[in-house]
Design a protein around this ligand. Structure first.
Ligand code: XMP
Length: 518
């Protein structure tokens, strides 16, 4: 792993908090490498990770719950500084012999703590200052373990922060990682830089350097194939590999006929003409469309597309021949989702379109982005000189426009959707919403409605426009696009897309709605 090249590394032990990923984001933003692992990581594994500091996350349990997550106490005895957050602090208190008790009231939301110390953790905070913090806990510290002193207190939690400087142990009852704790980042940085002695060396420039040399060493003169989708993750994966091994990377781009307008051309221009990779485009639109003929069930569509993709991709890979590795754009959130908290045994999520290929073809996987968050991947793209339009691209589902045409996918209906979708894209970009929104697109509904154009009565298709704001696609809310933008989108679609006489805007959030309509 390239991360081994970073001398300063923070280990986050996950006790199940909804904010654990945010802790990791904040640490990375401070340019310190970190990883999240389950709370029950063994002392041997912790030693091997060789952390400069340990952060114990919050979690939904009470320390007295049956089956409450407990880390092995030996990880606290390695001389590594520790910061316990919320449940992490209560765990620390409990195992070190202090007392944790149920608070009179559950404290949830904003609270004020008075900072009583300005050394390491609260360096730069005037003594006696009131700090706004985010609390979310039932239990609280009643008696600190021997050797600890209080650093801050609130009305409900007299010990809102504590430290045993001799052993390098710190605890905060509140959540410094969330935006509702305005100075939380300063507290985390104080822990990283003043307590753990980390240096801010995790930058995407250093990641690229380290990863490129590591990829060269691992791959040698072997051949790697990489499937391109036009999305950010596969683009950056391929460019990174191209940087490392040049023509020993073969890129395969399957045009399944379900792409947006102009997308196939953009991909081929970038990889064939700009990067001059060993680029193989398979024009399989007719093949996919004939398999999709008459199919209306969303899951059936997904299955057919996934299966055909593997067939086409595999045939091309065999034709190229002599391939040892398959490169994939797996990101860190996918990795954490599958291993964190529930423990390493939880099933790994299957990825996008490459299904069982590695097994079928006996290929080894290369996942150079598996340590990165999405915004870090975009920065890597910038670092590698990938054009901004590619780096900033919104996510697009593997099954493409097929899941945005409700009902049967036909060439005519694809053409209508493509045209309407291109208008949505253009207007959202011009209005400055493209990079703010998570996704913005058009959906073709399987209904016709009555309208009037000129003196004629019409009976034509309906386009739904969907634009959502989201951080991770797990939850989403509809984008508050200005009326003028919606109006321009609607007018342009109705005036120029033949066969459409009505446009509606989807104002459902997720949950209960999903982002895609199918
Ligand atoms: P939903 O519709 O479940 O989508 O709210 C969440 C995110 O995942 C994308 N998505 C897919 N991506 N293959 C993909 O690669 C798929 O089958 C698929 N279905 C949904 C969707 O665009 C959104 O970003």
């Amino acid at each position: 792993m390239s991360s081994k090249l970073y001398a300063h590394r923070i280990l986050i032990l996950d006790f199940g908090s909804q904010y654990t990923q945010l802790i990791a984001r904040r640490v990375r933003e401070a340019q310190v490498y970190c990883e999240i692992h389950p709370f029950n990581m063994t002392p041997g594994e912790v030693r091997e990770f060789a952390p400069s500091g340990l952060i114990l996350s919050g979690g939904p349990s009470s320390i007295y719950d049956r089956g409450a997550p407990m880390a092995d106490k030996a990880v606290l005895e390695m001389g590594v500084p520790v910061l316990g957050i919320c449940y992490g602090m209560q765990y620390l208190t409990h195992v070190l012999g202090g007392g944790v008790a149920g608070a009179a009231d559950r404290e949830y939301g904003n609270a004020e703590v008075i900072v009583e110390d300005d050394l390491d953790l609260f360096h730069g905070f005037p003594k006696g200052s009131a700090e706004l913090v985010w609390m979310s806990h039932g239990d609280r510290i009643e008696r600190m373990p021997d050797g600890f002193e209080a650093l801050a207190g609130s009305r409900n939690s007299p010990v809102a922060a504590m430290a045993d400087r001799n052993r390098g142990f710190f605890g905060v009852q509140f959540h410094p990682e969330v935006a509702h704790t305005p100075n939380g980042t300063r507290i985390l940085k104080n822990f990283l830089f003043r307590v753990c002695g980390c240096e801010p060396s995790w930058t995407m420039a250093s990641f690229v350097r380290a990863t490129v040399s590591e990829l060269r060493e691992r791959i040698g003169r072997e051949r790697v194939i990489c499937g391109l989708s036009g999305g950010v993750d596969s683009t950056v994966t391929a460019v990174l590999l191209h940087e490392a091994i040049g023509r020993n990377l073969s890129c395969i781009f399957v045009d399944n006929g379900l792409l947006r307008r102009g997308e196939a051309l953009e991909v081929s221009e970038l990889f064939q003409e700009y990067y001059r990779t060993d680029f193989h485009q398979v024009d399989a639109a007719d093949h996919f469309l004939s398999r999709l003929r008459g199919v209306t069930d969303p899951e059936e569509k997904r299955k057919i597309i996934g299966r055909e993709f593997i067939h086409v991709f595999e045939a091309k890979a065999r034709e190229i021949g002599g391939v040892k590795y398959l490169a994939q754009g797996t990101l860190y959130p996918d990795v954490i989702e599958s291993v964190s908290f529930k423990g390493p045994s939880a099933t790994i999520k299957s990825h996008h379109n490459v299904g069982g290929l590695p097994e079928i073809m006996n290929l080894e996987l290369i996942e150079p982005l598996r340590e990165l968050f999405k915004d870090e991947v975009r920065q890597v793209g910038v670092e590698l000189g990938v054009p901004r339009e590619m780096v900033r691209r919104q996510p697009f589902p593997g099954p493409g426009l097929a899941v945005r045409i409700l009902g049967e996918v036909t060439p005519e209906r694809l053409e209508i959707l493509r045209h309407a979708d291109a208008i949505v894209q253009e207007e959202v970009i011009v209005a400055g919403y493209y990079e703010k929104a998570w996704q913005s697109f058009a959906v073709l509904l399987p209904v016709q409605s009555v309208g009037v154009m000129g003196d004629e009565r019409t009976y034509e298709h309906v386009i739904a426009v969907r634009s959502v704001d989201s951080l991770d696609a797990m939850t989403a809310d509809w984008t508050r696009l200005p009326y003028e933008v919606l109006s321009r989108i609607s007018n342009r679609i109705i005036n120029s897309v033949r066969g459409v006489n009505r446009v509606v805007y989807d104002i459902s959030s997720k949950p209960p709605g999903t982002i895609e309509w199918e």
